[in-house]
Each structure stands twice: as C-alpha cells, then as structure tokens.
Design a protein around this ligand. Structure first.
Ligand code: GAL
Length: 746
C-alpha cells in the first residue's frame, strides 16, 4: 500500500513539474579577481549595473586584495526560469547571519524576513520590508562573501524562510498543542530570490571577511565616490521662496556667526516653475543669476540646486524631451525615458550648457528629489516608456539614471560634484550623491547610516530645526559625523543660531567637522581607491564579527539549525493567551545599530535628542576618547553621559588622526597649502597612509594623487616622535607645516 502511495506521489509530481523546468546549478565564471558571475535564463538588457552605467571595475585594486576562492559549494546554488519568472536559491548555514538588502531604517540583521526590494520613500508608518530609497539587492554574509542579484525588477527575497521539501536537514517537527519550542517560522536553509523577469545575472563577491566582500563589490562597480574637498564642508539649504538677496544674506550670517559654510542649497524657488520643473532660473527671485553666482564664488561657496526630473510644459527642455516621454505624467510633467542614450544626452547637455557653465566655480551640484516614490506620486505600474521598458524597470533605475546624467554634466567639465539623491540602487558606489528623506526619526536615521555601509551608497541624517535647542544640537553633532553635513532649512524659519543656549556648541560641532576634513577625505579616498565604505556598521568591523577560522570550518555545513533559538531566530513561547499574537516574531537579539565607524579609526556613538546617557560597545582593542585622548575602555560596553558640548567619539589605539591645524570657514582650495595637525592616540605606535590630490578636478583619474606615509614611534627616551615619508610617485601634497599632538595633549 505504502509503495503504491509513493509511486502515485512521484507520478503526480512528475506531471505537475513538467510545466516548470527543474532547478539547475549555475555556471560561474570569474569576471574580476574574487568576483564571479552566473546567468539564469535570458536577462533583460536593462539591469541595475547597466543603468548605473557601471564604470570599469578597478581591477588592479581587486587584484591587490587577498586571493580568494569561490566561497560556497557551487552545487548548493541553483536557479530556475519559467514563464516570465526567474528564481535563484543560495544556501544559508546554521550559524550564518545576513546583512544588506538595502538601506533599512529599522534593523540590520535580515534573517527570517521576507523583502520586496522596491525603490520607495521609506516611511515608518507603512514599514513594508524592502521598500526604501536604496533597495540594493546585495546581501552580505557573516561567512565572508556577498551576493548581488542584478535585475531592474521588484525582487522578492526570503532569508531563511520557507523550508524546502528537498532540504537535507530540516527543523524538528513539533506538535504545537503539546510540544515545546514550536516555531511559527521554522528556519530554512536558503536565501531565495524571485524576479518577474525572463532572466537574472547573479554575482558573488569573495571576502575573506564581510568587509572585504563589500570592498570587492564597490571596486567592481568602479570604486566608491570621491567628492570634492569642499563637498565635505557644511551645506545649508535656504527656505524655498528665498530670493538671491536672501540667500546671500544667509551666507553672510554664517560668516558673521563664524560657522563654516561651503555649500548653499537652493530649493524649488530657484526655478521659474517647480513640480513639474522648468530647469530655468526664476526671473523674479533670481533676476541676474550670473551676478548671483559671481558673488557666491567670491564667498567661497558653491550652490546646490534642487530639482525633480519631471518637466514642465512650455519650456525648451520639455519640447526636446517630449518624444522620449513615458505614458504617464508626474505632477503634470513628462517623465523622460533616460534609459535611452539620446534622452540622457539632451538632459546632460541642458544641465551643463544652461546651468553649470553659467559659473562652473559656483555651481557645485544638484539635489535630485522625488526619484524614489511614493506610488501615489509617481507613475503607476502600468506605465510604459518609448524604449519598450516598463514602469517597474524605470522605477528601480530612475535615480541611477539621473545621478549618472548629473555626474556626467560635471565630469565633462573636469569638475567634481557633491549632491543629494532620494532614490538609488545597485551600481551607485562611484556616484557622489548622498541619500536623504523626509522623516525625522533620529534612531532610524542612524540605523540607515549603518546600513548604507552594506549597500555601496551614502546616507546622511538631516537637521531641519526644532523647538528645542538640545534637539537641534544633538542632530547637528550627528550630521557632522556623516557623509554630508547639512542643515535643511527648506521649510523652516529657524537658523542654526536660533537657539542662543546651544549656538556655540553648534558652531563648534561644524568647526570640528571642517577641521577633520583630512581624516574624512582620507576615508573617501579609501572608498574610491580600495572600495572600503566610509561608514562601517558594527558587523563590518574586522575582528568583531568577522568569522574566525573555527567559525568557517563549522559553517561548511549548510543545514538548518536544530535548536529553536539558533542564529537569532527566536522560538514562539509555548504560552497562548488572548492578548498575545502567537505568530508574532519576538524581537531578535539586540543589534548594535546605534553606533558605527567612520573610516578606519573613529567609532561614533551619536546622542539622540534629549537623551542624557547611552551605552557604547567598545570592540576588542583599546579605545580612547576622541575629545580628551583619555582611555575609554576595551572589549566592553560602557555607559557615557556626555556634556552638551560634545558627542561621544572614540579612537582606536595607535590611530593617527589628521586634522587641519587651524579653524577655517571653508575648505582649502586646490592651490592652497595648509598646515596639518596629526593627533596620535593611545599606547601603540601609529601608521597612516594619508591621501591627497587637488580636491576639485578629476586629475586623480590621471594619476594626480599621493599617499604619504605618516608614522609615530616611541623613542629611546620614552617620548613619541612622528615621521613623514613622502609618496615617491606622489603628484600632490597640499600640507605645509605638520604639527604632532600626542594625546592626551598636555
Ligand atoms: C521634498 C524634499 C525636501 C525639500 C522639498 C522641497 O521632497 O524631501 O527636502 O527639498 O521637497 O519641495
């Protein structure tokens, strides 16, 4: 009887699955050192990497990384293609944690969740997992590799969810009525991805550590963004209806208050028409843009001009781009199909000719708004575009396409840019645009900052004003340790000096930001030349979570866990009552998502508005207080109660932190020579490769840069001394006198 039943089951299976081809293993080829690619089905011509215009991989930098073998058993990876769908399965080991999959605002660890990766304005009230400004389909494994699904489709990703019939080892089967440890979501041994596409390209990036895997991803995309030096200064955005006179008055106020300023953001009111946009100066508020820009240049400031890319009728750009418009309007403006090279060219030409070239020393960048969502603002999923592509493909890539156009407008003139963007995706690493959004939740902002480090993108919290001075101060201190330090006053009458009680502290925070320019710039140089993200969330800290040799040996097995609590997937308690949802997944083990590393040596622990004290996890190794130089702890969690004047920042033992020796009001210009201060922290000798170039042009692409070796050693008399070894081939070094400070300073 049993044999007949089994035979019948096999027959039913065979008939049913005849419609859908079996999953098969993929054929991998190494496309760059430590980077492998496989294709399932027939991928569409538009992918995320092709939309980003993927710059050439930085092969020499990839080759300089530790040699690495394919990090998984290839037999464990399989793909299947049927109808207009493609699925891929990767193994998930029992002790493996997954990070990445886009810039989430709530969590970092991804195990046990299902995502719909979809470009959108992240909104805490809706909280649909996977909908974010940067739903980059790159996952990073604690086993020391990363995987990219390169499709311009909405992707469904299940991480450790949905146990397969064919799984070799399955979670225990438990009777819920009587058994203990029954799970609403038994952990599976897979990460599964579904794309509504006839094919999919998949990339695997080797480690050996998770950070190395992210580095390989960034290098493969062309290296991380290298902004101009002034782009790491401070940006203020003025109210949307500001006139040229009011905008210049704001600059004058910054100078009067002694608050450094490098960028002035003009909001929709600079244009004659916005939502949809005209891309032309407003004659009333800006009657003489050339004269305005000349004054901006005299003030050592660059303007950053807001736009959304939907074009208003009755403008020359609208007429030129109308043949490339999609079927639907956004705020009654056309949506050009920028996947078409001819449309891109028209847009780039217009930006360069009529806006940037008006004064290339004063027009420094753009704020690329509204390329993310919401669904109710943008085109519906039924829209189609003249290239033959559809709404979904354009939604997933629009931010990439517009970044590429703006970058090109500056690159052609050999001037760097620093901008803002609200929607982006995979392949964006080389683009100097920082994501922002309209929420104002401090904790979410900091979690997003950490998650940006897994995704090859940049994100910054905002300060937009507050009725509480302390709130404004704490937010300002946090943005000063993020990729873009900005005050977004587009809808506010407040200024950074509104709250007299904290005005001084706000000025000090921004002054310190500019003093630290050499350190921050070095972190960006590492991002560009070595792929190392500027912001490193705690799980990317080498030595902290990177697997040991023992972990690696143990994780060779890719079966599911046997215990309920294995790898952070909590069991539902046996208790049932009328008030508890028995299917609710209890919060995962505490994640450290409220602190992060900026560059190699600084551990940043922002203080949320109105919070008096907080815990800080200091990883293995000795850590020192940035401000005082005093020992703070080692491999432990400490509690800090910082004064209002400072935000907690810690420095690794032996670190050399380069700063501008003097307080300044704006970043040094390309031809300027400035004095440097190098601070040494702790008891260990220090070494630093300090990068430099002209900070303004793309001369670094032609070899115009240097890495100078700084070191600090203890001499025979027990005192510290610092030494400098110039780069033998170095083309550029803009620092004059170097002052050494051995912390704690006397
Ligand atoms: C929003 C943007 C704000 C501001 C505003 C101007 O979409 O997020 O920062 O620029 O538009 O209308």
């Amino acid at each position: 009887m049993k044999r007949i039943t089994l035979g019948l089951a096999a027959l039913i299976h065979a008939i049913a699955f005849a419609q859908i081809p079996p999953a098969s293993s993929l054929r991998w080829s190494e496309v760059a050192p430590g980077v492998w690619k496989a294709t399932v089905g027939q991928p569409e011509s538009l992918t995320l990497l092709s939309a980003a215009g993927a710059m050439a991989p930085r092969r020499a930098a990839l080759a300089a990384m530790p040699p690495a073998a394919f990090p998984l058993d290839q037999a464990d990876i399989e793909g299947r293609q049927w109808a207009a769908k493609t699925a891929v399965r990767f193994p998930l080991a029992a002790n493996e944690d997954i990070y990445g999959l886009g810039v989430d605002f709530t969590a970092m660890r991804r195990n046990g969740a299902v995502f719909e990766l979809h470009v959108d304005h992240w909104d805490s009230r809706r909280g649909i997992a996977g909908r974010t400004h940067a739903p980059v389909p790159l996952y990073v494994s604690t086993r020391g590799f990363a995987v990219l699904f390169d499709s311009a489709r909405y992707l469904r990703v299940s991480v450790g969810h949905g146990v397969r019939l064919a799984a070799r080892e399955k979670p225990p089967v438990i009777d819920r009525t009587t058994g203990k440890g029954w799970q609403a979501q038994p952990r599976s041994d897979s990460i599964e991805v579904l794309a509504g596409a006839p094919g999919l390209d998949v990339y695997v990036f080797a480690g050996p550590s998770p950070l190395d895997a992210v580095r390989r991803y960034n290098l493969f995309c062309g290296g991380g963004a290298l902004p101009p030096k002034w782009g790491l200064g401070f940006l203020t955005r003025v109210p949307t209806r500001s006139t040229a006179g009011q905008a210049l008055a704001d600059v004058a106020e910054f100078r009067r208050h002694g608050i450094p300023l490098d960028m002035l953001g003009l909001e929709p009111g600079w244009m004659s028409h916005a939502y949809p946009c005209s891309f032309e100066w407003d004659q009333t508020r800006f009657p003489d843009p050339k004269a305005f820009l000349a004054e901006i240049e005299r003030q050592h400031v660059r303007v950053n001009l807001w736009f959304n890319p939907y074009l208003a009728p009755q403008t020359p750009l609208h007429a030129e781009l109308l043949p490339y418009a999609g079927t639907h309007l956004v705020w009654n403006g056309i949506v050009p199909d920028y996947t078409m090279p001819a449309a891109q060219k028209i847009f780039v030409d217009h930006l360069k000719r009529t806006i940037v070239d008006l004064n290339p020393r004063a027009v420094g960048g753009f704020k690329l708004d509204e390329v993310d969502g919401y669904d109710r603002y943008l085109w519906p999923d039924t829209a189609v575009f003249p290239s033959g592509r559809d709404a979904e493909q354009l939604r997933q890539t629009y931010g990439l396409l517009v970044q590429r156009a703006v970058f090109e407008a500056f690159h052609r003139g050999d001037r760097r840019t620093m901008g803002q963007i609200r929607g982006t995706n995979a392949g964006a690493s080389p683009y100097p645009f920082v994501i922002y959004n309209d929420n104002y939740e401090f904790d979410g902002y900091i979690t997003a900052l950490g998650n940006s480090g897994f995704a090859g993108v940049l994100w910054s919290p905002e300060v937009r004003g507050s009725n509480s001075g302390e709130d404004m101060l704490r937010r300002t201190q946090a943005v000063c340790f993020s990729p873009l330090a900005l005050y977004n006053g587009w809808a506010s009458q407040q200024k950074l000096w509104t709250h007299a009680a904290v005005k001084e502290h706000i000025r000090n925070a921004i002054t310190l930001r500019l003093r630290l320019l050499p350190y921050f710039y070095n972190a960006f140089a590492q991002y560009h030349h070595q792929g190392t993200p500027v912001i490193r969330p705690m799980p990317l800290w080498e030595g902290l979570y990177a697997p040991t040799a023992d972990d690696r040996a143990a994780s060779g097995r890719s079966g599911p866990p046997t215990g309920a609590a294995a790898a952070g997937q909590p069991a539902v308690a046996g208790k049932l009552d009328a008030t508890t949802n028995p299917y609710e997944i209890p919060p995962a083990a505490r994640e450290v998502k409220d602190q992060y590393f900026f560059g190699d040596s600084l551990l940043v622990a922002p203080i949320a508005p109105n919070v008096k004290s907080r815990k800080v996890l200091l990883p293995a190794g000795r850590w020192y207080d940035f401000h005082t130089g005093r020992f703070a702890g080692e491999n432990q969690t400490i509690e800090v109660t910082p004064p209002l004047a400072t935000m907690p920042v810690f420095v690794r033992d032996g670190a050399l932190i380069p700063l501008l020796a003097e307080d300044r009001q704006w970043a040094p210009a390309a031809a300027e020579t400035v004095a440097l201060e190098v601070r040494h922290y702790g008891d260990a000798p220090g070494r630093l490769s300090l990068y430099d170039d002209d900070g303004e042009t793309f001369d670094y692409e032609r070899g115009g840069f240097s890495w100078t070796q700084l070191s600090v050693e203890k001499g025979a008399n027990g005192g510290w001394t610092g030494a400098i070894k110039p780069d033998a081939n170095g083309q550029r070094w803009s620092y004059g006198e170097v002052k050494w400070t051995f912390m704690p300073a006397p």
